[in-house]
Design a protein around this ligand. Structure first.
Ligand SMILES: Cc1ncc(C[n+]2csc(CCOP(=O)(O)OP(=O)(O)O)c2C)c(N)n1
Ligand code: SF4
Length: 275
């Protein structure tokens, strides 16, 4: 059986696109490893996989992988992905996006993609800040945390990504972290298999900006904090609310059956053609 690193190298555009742009210790590379292992385990033909991203450190991820890849404009990955899926419903369409890309400039595409329930997997890498552009606060920056644009602390409330996705109608919603890699592999694997819109939040570290501006230490320290603060949903269900408060809940938040958009669209065409 192939070793984990062999699997990873099988899919990298190693000669064309490396070295990568990420800071040493950034969690985005860990998400990339999880995605590769999930696709490899599913034995998907790489020509039948399209990775779509917007702009940001997170959105650089598809550049390094040897699939069909679309590196699009800021916030618009889900709109491009919708077009790819409609044109070729057999394609496995996977969106890689960041908290700024998906929830600020791309917030409308995000909620409407959840609502529409097209068979797209969205991996949202949440590092709680705009990394690529120098540490501005994003829709997931915690209240009172510091950012380049919030030197006295952020006065906004953050989105809870799973709640937002569930409220908007996604079929599968999960959250993992870059510390809990085996779980993240599984959540992405399940998300890709799900027929309908699936959202996997991958909680990650931007030690360069979020960590530095909030004195959270280096990437190792931030991963240790993730380890301490994460709480599986199943364990949380048995605990008193005051012990759950402030924890990062992980696991599968929802997994429901709803008819998928392309199937409904196809059925409409068939009926209009009298078939
Ligand atoms: C239309 C437009 N507005 C703004 C930008 C600048 N910009 C590039 S990436 C980015 C934020 C990315 O943040 P996030 O999605 O959280 O990704 P990260 O870099 O943290 O992974 C911004 C504002 C842009 N490229 N295009
Ligand atoms: S700036 Fe932050 S998100 Fe971007 S590569 Fe560096 S650590 Fe990662």
């Amino acid at each position: 059986m192939a070793q984990r690193s062999d699997i990873t190298h099988k899919y990298l555009r190693a000669k064309k696109k490396f070295p990568n742009v990420w800071c040493a210790g950034c969690g985005i590379g860990i998400v990339m490893g999880s995605l590769i292992r999930a696709i490899d385990k599913l034995e998907l033909d790489r020509d039948n996989v399209t990775l779509v991203s917007g702009i940001g450190c997170s959105s650089r991820l598809p550049v390094y992988l040897d699939f069909n890849t679309l590196h699009t404009t800021h916030g618009r990955a889900l709109a491009f992905a919708t077009g790819v899926k409609l044109a070729n419903p057999k394609m496995h369409v996977i969106v890689i996006t960041g908290d700024g890309d998906a929830l600020a400039i791309g917030g409308n595409h995000f909620i409407h993609s959840c609502r529409r329930n097209m068979d797209i997997t969205c991996i949202l890498i949440n590092n709680q800040i705009y990394g690529m552009t120098g540490g501005q606060f994003s829709p997931t920056t915690p209240t009172d945390s510091h950012a380049a644009t919030a030197p006295y602390g952020n006065k906004e409330y953050p989105f809870d990504i799973p709640k937002l996705a569930m409220g908007a109608g996604a079929s599968y919603v999960a959250r993992g972290t870059v510390y809990h890699v085996t779980q993240l592999d599984q959540l992405i694997y399940d998300g890709i298999q799900k027929r309908g819109f699936s959202l996997v939040e991958a909680f990650s570290n931007c030690h360069t900006y979020f960590g530095r501006l909030n004195r959270l230490g280096d990437s190792v320290k931030m991963l240790e904090e993730m380890k301490k603060n994460a709480l599986p949903l199943k364990a949380a269900a048995k605990m008193p609310p005051d012990k759950v408060q402030g924890k990062l809940l992980t696991g599968v938040f929802c997994d429901v059956e709803r008819e998928e958009y392309c199937d409904r669209y196809d059925a409409l065409i068939q009926s209009l053609q009298g078939k």
